[in-house]
Design a protein. Sequence first.
Lengths: 419, 255
Amino acid sequence: MSEKVISIDYLARVEGETAIKINIKGKEPQELKLKIFEPPRFFEGFLVGRKYYEVPDIVARICGICPVSHMTTALRAIEKAMGINPSQQTRILRRLMSLSQIVSSHLIHLYMLAVPDYYGYPGAQEMLPEFTEELSRLMRMKKVVNDLTAAVGGRALHPVTSVVNGFTDFPSPQALEKLHQDLEKIEADAVKTVRMVSRLSFPNFFRKTEYVALKQVNRYAILEGNIASSEGLDIPGEDYKQYFEEEEVPYSMAKRAKVKARGSLMVGALARLHIKFDQLLPGVKKLAQEVGFRLPDYNPFHNNLAQALEILYGVQECRRVLENLKLSPEDNSYRIRAGEGGAFSEAPRGLLYHWYAINARGVVEKANIVTPTVHNFANIEEDMRHLVRQNSDLPEKKIALLCEMLVRAYDPCFSCSVH
Amino acid sequence: MKKIRLGIFKYSCCAGCQFQFFFFQEHVLETLGAVDIVYCKMGTSGGKKEGPFDVALIEGAITESWQVDELKKIREVSRFLVPIGSCAVNGGIPAIKNIYPEIEVEKRVYKDLSVIHSVKAHPVDEYVKVDGYVRGCPMGERELLELLTSLLLNTKPSFPEYCVCVECKLKGNICLLVAEGKPCMGPVTNAGCGALCPSHGRACYGCWGPVSDANAPALAKKFEQLGVSPDDIVRMFTQFASPRIEFRKGAEMYE
């Protein structure tokens, strides 16, 4: 029986550090491991003993690409633990920051990490000068959305104004007006991005899975809502532990989450479109149909197209939110109270969970963080098993490239996953 | 102009400094045109890890022994080696764990500790000679451009070597520490951020790490006078640069 070995020591163009190891005998992958060797930093360990107000700044440093998500989710978990209800204005600003970061993150991932494979380049730098137009488009768009995150947060990467129960500063009406205009200018770029991604020749691969995302009645949920799945789950966040479990994996520094008694799940852009496509803005839905995006879609590679569609949604939705936004300083005082609280959000890569127990002095006693890539870990391995089985006749190099592209399609963040 | 041969290496960190390089700074395309990226796993497949490099940029704290071995090899094949960002420069957030007893932090996260090989988090200069520091969390955009331009022009880069207060004064901000009695780390923190937090109504929390002539004990005393508890003072001086002697001096007065 023929034997093949796929061994990738350090996967390029993903956030953080992982290796892939597969042994194939005949058609069957015998051993298949996503060996996430990203060094652990023990956030949940050293957060114990820290003050509650330090937590958002500290957890922002879990990830250099989705700091807003960690920061905002931690803030909401802490507020829940201490019984604080932030104002409508605070919630709107958090949504704006989160959406702008989702667009920013998807842009980096698509243009710099995922697309080079499809055009046959080792990286974005090598795509110059031939793809100057595309990369200039990327730069134009990222500037506007980073400016938006920074206008609200003070800094696009590791924001500073976002604190418990509010913000320490607000963008001026002039700044908001300028951002509104800038967003309008990049809308055409967002449409071009969707068209560009829709023309990539995605591998023909399907495997049914359970999509999980936050869902709200009245809007495309990012920070609030129930946990819903394509297999009928619809539960409040409080019940998360009843339905999901996290396990340690001997060959990986990241833990692996599963739906209890069912198995692997997928979170992220494609999962979100599955759960709440109808809540996208009309222009996005129309373009989705035009470029041939159809639900249900069980091709994980199409997560890239879903991300492109969310870029357009994010740009349009931020503009819509900015339209009538009037900001004023608010009283954001609060009392420190002992309690436990968890919060969920849609980070760029999917469902993110933070949970804290805080004592009466405001000191963290326990912390738990489950990231999108921990949720996706088992599903990536399952998909890879099927992908390898389907393509076991190909030479090792081609199988390896397919596996790399699969992992990249998920847009994993191994720094987050280990944390 | 000859292109700079660049290597970018990531150790224990959030990768935000690489994102700053590739995405958040304004001059990405010009930068990519001026450098030859010989090794950078997050940006490009393949690459030559063995160098040689005109400059190796190192992000992340050093927390595992394999990282030390690799770092020493990189030093040998690099003309300049520069840590980028607070983790590589000062140990950063990962070094919070250093203040707790060994293994205590680790066992809160993992049941099976047999696969954990983490040692205390240290800055890069604990293990190899470095040729400068690009500070910031994430690394400063101005600092990065200063470094790259200096390399291209073969001049010595100039980084701010004074505290955040100087930038605050230049901006005309009202002093949060003196006027509002907020515990602000500005007097002991290296400038470069443009006094970001104080300009947004918030006390500095020291994310760029200590300025070299920091008087942490004096500031810690001031915090105590303002009514900050000893525990909180220790936390403030151990958040972003716990291995650095400049901040340690402030923390150990109250430990």
